[in-house]
Design a protein around this ligand. Structure first.
Ligand SMILES: Nc1ncnc2c1ncn2[C@@H]1O[C@H](COP(=O)(O)OP(=O)(O)OP(=O)(O)O)[C@@H](O)[C@H]1O
Ligand SMILES: [Mg+2]
Length: 304
């Protein structure tokens, strides 16, 4: 089972509209999706046929709608009701030129909520993976989860940034997935070139990460493994529609590939195809699109 954690999920209300400030604008079309990076990973995994469950919190009317949307997508979830009540957030995205988004804040978590979530992770074992991704209000929360998971032998995957990531590195996560900007920001470097990124991936390993998967958007991704192997992959070519969530699908495809084959190169190939399928879709890519794109992805094993 691959568990994902989404502490602050949302409803993403997406409208095609070119905004003119100070006017009543009319959308050309609209769509509604459940939002949150953990949710993206789980929905992508479910579409690939992998056993997964979304864990986290949801509150009030919006929370109930998020659960219903996940049900419609046949994506298993256990989103706990928050002890302090409130409402989960709504994010509004305007797909136009330029793209504009306003994200809600969401309710406050309390200590009891964190304890309740920890209880859901009690039976995790070495067959499982736990994916922690996205921003969290409580910096120490991910560290507490990783500490609880230490000793279970499960695979831990981290896609978070800044202080949260720094604190989590002490727990030696199995996989960390920054994009180029996030990796650079961690070490105070702007406009990372590929060679510098490989250097910083090594540094991230020295700082605690076991495997480092660096995504480079339309330039593909590379993986630096614990065994000091470096795999480089090109991105797929296609009509880009929406790159938000491509990194989450990359994680899903990678874990799916790794579980199925145990081979890092094949896992990276599946990840890149899943990321591409999302980049070429309005929302998250389908299994069919992912399988179609797989043949486009060349894996090069480079020397380190
Ligand atoms: N423009 C693109 N063309 C083709 N593939 C893309 C494109 N953008 C992203 N991808 C695929 O998706 C993967 C992840 O993308 P990216 O590096 O943008 O992740 P990210 O910044 O973490 O995204 P997010 O956090 O929004 O999910 C890339 O490695 C690539 O395989
Ligand atoms: Mg990302």
């Amino acid at each position: 089972m691959i568990y994902t954690i989404t502490t602050n999920p949302s409803i993403d209300y997406t409208m095609e509209a070119d905004l003119i400030p100070g006017q009543v604008n009319r959308a050309r079309s609209e769509a509604i999706y459940p939002g949150g990076k953990g949710i993206n990973v789980s929905v992508s995994l479910q579409r690939l046929g992998e056993e997964t469950r979304v864990l986290g919190f949801a509150a009030g009317h919006i929370g109930r709608t998020i659960r219903a949307l996940l049900d419609d997508l046949r994506c298993p979830h256990a989103l706990l009701e928050l002890s302090g009540g409130g409402e989960s957030r709504i994010n509004v995205k305007f797909m136009g030129t330029p793209e504009t988004a306003v994200n809600g804040i969401g309710p406050q978590l309390e200590k009891a909520d964190l304890d309740n979530l920890m209880a859901l992770l009690r039976d995790v074992n070495q067959e499982d993976a736990v994916v922690l991704c996205g921003w969290t209000r409580s910096v120490s929360f991910y560290v507490e989860i990783l500490r609880q998971l230490a000793g279970t032998g499960c695979m831990t995957v981290l896609d978070c940034t800044g202080e949260t990531l720094w604190q989590c590195l002490e727990c030696r996560p199995f996989l960390v997935k920054p994009n180029l900007v996030e990796l650079g920001a961690l070490y105070g470097v702007e406009d990372l070139e590929y060679d510098e990124a490989v250097e910083l991936a090594h540094q991230l390993q020295r700082d605690g990460a076991r495997n480092v998967l660096v995504s480079m958007g339309g330039a593909g991704a590379f993986l630096l493994t614990e065994e000091q192997e470096l795999y480089l992959a090109n991105a797929c070519i296609g009509q880009v529609r929406n790159t938000v969530g491509a990194g989450d699908s990359l994680i899903a495809g990678f874990l799916h590939g790794l579980k199925r084959t145990g081979d890092y190169g094949k896992a990276l190939q599946m990840g890149i195809a899943a990321g591409g399928a999302t980049a070429f879709s309005d929302w998250l890519g389908s299994k069919e699109q992912t399988m179609e794109l797989l043949g486009q992805v060349q894996i090069e094993k480079a020397s380190v």
